[in-house]
Write a protein that binds this ligand. Sequence first.
Ligand SMILES: NC(=O)c1ccc[n+]([C@@H]2O[C@H](COP(=O)([O-])OP(=O)(O)OC[C@H]3O[C@@H](n4cnc5c(N)ncnc54)[C@H](O)[C@@H]3O)[C@@H](O)[C@H]2O)c1
Length: 334
Amino acid sequence: MSNVVTGNRPERVLVTGGAGYIGAHTVKALSEAGYHVTVFDDLSRGHPEHIPGIPLIIGLMEDEDALRDVFASYEFDAVIHFAGESQAGESVLKPDKYFRRNVIGGLNLCSAMVRKGVSKLVFSSSAAVYGDPEEIPISEQSPVRPKSPYGESKAFLERALAWYDRAYGLKSVSLRYFNAAGADPGCSMGEEHEPETHLIPLVFRAISAQTPLTVFGDDYPTPDGTAIRDYVHVTDLAGAHVLALDFLGKNQDSLVLNLGSGKGYSVLEIIKEAERVTGKKVPYVLGRRRQGDPAVLVASSGKAVEMLGWRPRLSSLEDIISTAWAWHVKSSMR
Ligand SMILES: NC(=O)c1ccc[n+]([C@@H]2O[C@H](COP(=O)([O-])OP(=O)(O)OC[C@H]3O[C@@H](n4cnc5c(N)ncnc54)[C@H](O)[C@@H]3O)[C@@H](O)[C@H]2O)c1
């Protein structure tokens, strides 16, 4: 493998998993910022209709030859890597799937980049690397102790990237997202996972189908007994990726950054706000805690503010729920 050559502002960007939820919102932000984007996605959960006009290569991250062909056929200055599996609960039952798709897939990408001399990578990591945090809000200095193969796969790739930097000069920004939520404010796309495991779209499905949502655990040490999470608007996340590319264009450093709103909301608070925004009752039942779900996860994102100049603008709970609801209504009419 040759040493990586670093350049200036990246112009041509490969986005793996760019047809997915956060990926497609980021592709939109990149296009608006003037980047030339190509998407690589196996469409296992992607929505090509959310990336109109963007070149799409259909392929698997685990297919080393396919990735090598992509880098042999096109020129890229940088890569944003979203593609992967992301359900912590499923990963406990199917670790093989998660290590193959996330770890082997990620390493295939790094090898192809190093071979071709592409030296800038933004990587979708996750708050799942922290496991049960010792302190709230969680800073990047908090111990990395994942409690699922999913979190382990993210932590592994982060650590591998530190070694790729040292040996080959591959510079990366690993972004540890908390709970991505909300939808494009222009309502051109939103969250559509199947199966859906994320709270806000499940709340809306409960409203539309009039089938109760299960609230997992009401005996946590939180004010109302339900688990508290940090919800960050997907458009704010997309903006952070554009800033991360700018950072990599101007600096010779690698970074690991949290991305969250810094505010925590309990499941019952989300339900209450959804009822207020939609004017509809959310049917729900109380269930038992899910194994491995911490009581509270709230980010300190001060480092992203300082290093990238990131300013989340749409991450109030009201903006998150109203944009997600507008998308839910629009997509249910299709
Ligand atoms: N959504 C969240 O709240 C959240 C939080 C933390 C981290 N993340 C991470 O962010 C990334 C994007 O999350 P998302 O919610 O947009 O997920 P998503 O499932 O909507 O998008 C993932 C995309 O990658 C594609 N893909 C998956 N495995 C692939 C493979 N092996 N080869 C090629 N393509 C593949 C899918 O078809 C999909 O388009 C993931 O890596 C996830 O782990 C998400």
